[in-house]
Design a protein around this ligand. Structure first.
Ligand code: ADP
Length: 373
């Protein structure tokens, strides 16, 4: 209300000041426009011999003009003031309404209520301000929802290993478990917790785009061979065959060596976990749309179609209990996606239940090289 009064008053004062100046100017200048004309008339009369009469006429005309002008201007003044007040009212009302809405919105936001939206305003700067305010509210709303959801999921993820730890500790103190058995269980749960915390820290850095990426020219073949060598023993010990597909001649990619190997490791780790003994996993690469595509394929359990669009989301698992039992944290694919995107590539999955899965990601070419070059 105070803003409205201030705006109204200032508009009104400006209009009044303009009127007052007009009044002064009219009073000061108008008679002088007529003075020459009247003087010429008086001179003509004087020539005709009516000197005194001419002087009286001149004085009377000038006084008459002044009186008429003053009363006309005074009569116009209230009407003009009313007009000025009306003109001041409209923009003041509009400005005050916008300011009031913005104040209400910001207060609601400060109190943690991000659901409020301003009504659409006219298409000038005020309208733009309201539009930006609504966008800001939407962004904050989204951040708040993600934050609440994340806290809920993390709490849920922590609950399971913590309950297990409590179980082992109670079993130990009740004498139900031997110290060796309890220690073994406690160690396993602590390791799972540690991995979860590390993965979470990495996910949050990836999502905030704060992972350091050191790009260099890398040979796709060398990357695949290194990942193959690192994982071969684990595959052999589970009885799953690991193969390296024939690699066509490929140009170097521009990527961070450790991060690229980490993506391959996360995919290979899943292939190993979700492929039963006697199955097979294959690693390979080929040129694709000006980038190099890397793939990890397995003959494992596969992923039902309805789950495929979600598996890269944080903590999304097709079989929650199984993933946790296998030591999965539910963020391996989220990390892989974040890292691939941070290096300028993309990642996707194809799968068929009971047949197997194929995960593919691309990495950009090292500058100066073209496909097949
Ligand atoms: P997790 O730690 O549970 O493996 P990920 O983010 O790595 O988390 O994977 C998410 C989910 O995607 C897994 O729980 C699993 O259901 C599914 N998944 C990932 N890779 C494979 C695969 N190679 N075969 C079958 N399912 C897979």
């Amino acid at each position: 209300m105070r803003l409205f009064l201030k705006l109204c008053l200032s508009h009104f004062l400006v209009a009044l000041l303009a009127l007052f100046l007009l009044f002064l100017l009219a009073e000061a200048l108008a008679p002088s426009f007529y003075r020459g004309h009247v003087a010429r008339m008086a001179h003509a009369l004087a020539m005709m011999g009516g000197g005194a009469m001419a002087e009286a006429l001149r004085a009377d005309l000038e006084a008459g003009l002044r009186a008429t002008l003053t009363s006309a201007l005074l009569a116009a003044l209230p009407l003009s003031a009313l007009g000025a007040a009306l003109v001041a009212l409209v923009p003041s009302l509009r400005l005050a309404r916008t300011a009031r809405l913005l104040a209400q919105g910001s207060r609601a936001m400060a109190e943690g209520n991000y659901g409020l939206r301003l009504p659409p305003l006219e298409g000038d700067e005020l309208g733009e301000l309201a539009l930006h305010f609504n966008r800001l509210a939407e962004a904050l709303d989204k951040v708040e929802k993600t934050r609440a959801e994340l806290i809920g999921t993390v709490a849920h993820e922590l609950r399971t290993p913590l309950s297990a730890l409590q179980g082992y500790a109670e079993g130990l103190s009740d004498g139900v478990l031997t110290p060796e058995r309890a220690a073994e269980g406690i160690l396993r749960e602590v390791r799972a917790l540690k991995r979860l915390v590390e993965d979470l820290a990495l996910v949050s850095r990836v999502e905030a785009q704060r992972v350091e990426i050191r790009l260099e020219a890398l040979s796709p073949k060398a990357l695949l061979e290194e990942a193959y060598q690192r994982f071969l023993p684990a595959f052999q010990s589970k009885g799953v065959a690991l193969g390296l597909a024939p690699i066509p001649p490929l140009p170097p990619v521009l990527a961070d060596r450790e991060r690229a190997l980490q993506v391959l490791a996360n995919l290979l780790h899943n292939a190993l976990r979700f492929t039963p003994e006697g199955g097979r996993a294959t690693l390979g690469a080929y040129p694709l749309e000006g980038q190099v595509a890397f793939f990890v394929e397995d003959t494992g359990v596969g992923i039902p179609e309805e789950h495929l669009p979600h598996i890269f989301k944080r903590f999304y698992r097709v079989d929650r209990a199984r993933s946790r039992k296998d030591g999965g944290t539910g963020v391996g694919l989220t990390v892989a996606k974040g890292l691939v995107e941070a290096m300028g590539g993309r990642v996707w999955a194809e799968s068929q239940v009971g047949v197997g899965s194929r995960f593919t990601f691309t990495l950009p070419l090292y500058r100066g090289f073209t496909e097949g070059g």
